[in-house]
Design a protein around this ligand. Structure first.
Ligand code: ADP
Ligand code: MG
Length: 361
């Protein structure tokens, strides 16, 4: 086990990269604490797999270093790094039985036969593979094969970390929930650093103690699910996490007022770091924008109202901007004319996407 440090890491796949646009990973400084359950969350193409492959040694970074505790492993091959990796698609030996597949990573490292056998059975039990232990992998479904891959990733107890790259992609939806909580439980039992890559926020938020959000080749925020929700460090995080995500409204500031076109949104305080008239983005989650009858707030036009089970969410337009608002239980709106009430205690101010320093907590 180890703490994993990424030090000024950057990677370009092509030769002779010119600008930032040629880098799959820009400049990453990040520490993964030993024993943590991490999710690495971001949209497709943001660099998650590249980052994982750099940690495991499958890809050599263009710049920067990887440290396991204080040991520089940047130039070490995968085999010498002691990392387990589970990929999106099953990697199993078809001609071997499930038992042999699970035992393989241990046998390969000359772990004594009795310990190998016991461990393979333990992992099989955790993943509910016991009844197929002696079947050939070839005859099993894709779900089962992926469970074997997970088992192969989990079977060694001496690894520095286990990396999962969207491991539930091929898994049937009804099994996904179950496997996700199984993985969480296994993390508690094994106490090994786990990095779980996904583009699905639900998966990330249920698995992880800490979520690392990536956007466009960079880590934009690391935090607990609550921190990401309540204090997104970047407009991208606010918009990406939550459904629907945070409203991001381009405004102009004047003292303690943000203007969305001509609508003046009074803020709780002024932001001295901002110039008069500076363009900013005002971030506010739909929970804190309430739909009200016409005349009781900023004029708005209702496009539609969706019942999402725990709440009603309205898609509205205010000063020509589309946004989401919540519909309180006691409010009924007829026609499309309505109003919006902003709970400005929950407003965040961003400049060029970044949360303003000194924002009240
Ligand atoms: P993610 O896993 O988040 O979807 P990737 O790490 O796979 O993202 O990809 C990040 C960027 O690097 C993308 O623009 C992708 O096209 C590019 N990329 C990934 N793998 C390669 C490769 N082998 N050769 C060239 N470009 C690649
Ligand atoms: Mg990927």
């Amino acid at each position: 086990m180890a703490r994993i440090t990424l030090d000024h890491l950057a990677h370009a796949y092509g030769p002779a990269p010119k600008g930032p646009q040629d880098y799959a990973l820009k400049e990453i400084d990040h520490v993964w604490e030993q024993g943590g359950a991490y999710a690495l969350l971001g949209p497709s193409g943001c660099g998650k797999t590249t980052l994982l492959n750099i940690i495991s040694g499958l890809v050599r970074p263009s710049r920067g270093r990887i440290l396991f505790d204080d040991r520089d492993v940047t130039d070490l091959p995968t085999e010498a790094r002691n990392i387990a990796q589970v990929f999106q698609f099953p990697v199993v030996y078809d001609t071997m039985t499930v038992r042999e597949n699970l035992a393989f990573p241990l046998k390969n490292r000359h772990v004594p036969a009795d310990r190998t056998a016991a461990r393979a059975e333990e992992i099989a039990r955790l993943l509910d593979l016991t009844r197929v232990l002696d079947r050939k992998a070839r005859n099993l479904t894709a779900d089962m094969k992926q469970k074997i891959s997970l088992g192969r990733g989990l079977v060694r107890s001496d690894v520095a970390a286990i990396l999962f790259d969207e491991p539930l992609t091929v898994i049937d939806p009804h099994l996904k929930w179950q496997l996700r909580s199984t993985l969480k439980e296994i993390h508690r039992l094994l106490d090994i650093t786990m990095i779980y890559v996904t583009h699905d926020q639900t998966e990330a938020l249920t698995f992880a103690d800490k979520v690392v959000v990536m956007h466009d080749g960079a880590v934009v925020q690391t935090g607990t699910p609550e921190e990401l929700f309540e204090r997104p460090a970047h407009t991208f995080v606010g918009h990406f996490i939550g459904s629907p995500g945070m409203n991001v409204l381009p405004c102009r500031v004047d003292g303690a007022t943000a203007y969305l076109d001509n609508e003046a949104i009074k803020l709780l305080r002024a932001y001295p770091a901002l110039r008069q008239g500076q363009r900013i983005e005002l971030g506010i989650r739909p929970e804190f924008v309430q739909l009200q009858p016409k005349g009781f707030g900023f004029p708005a036009r209702v496009r539609r109202i969706d019942d999402i089970g725990r709440a009603r969410i309205a898609r509205v337009e205010m000063a020509g901007r589309a946004m989401s608002a919540s519909v309180p239980d006691n409010v009924s709106v007829t026609g499309d004319e309505a109003a919006l009430f902003f709970d400005t205690r929950h407003v965040h101010i961003y400049a060029d996407g970044h949360l303003m320093a000194g924002e009240p907590v």
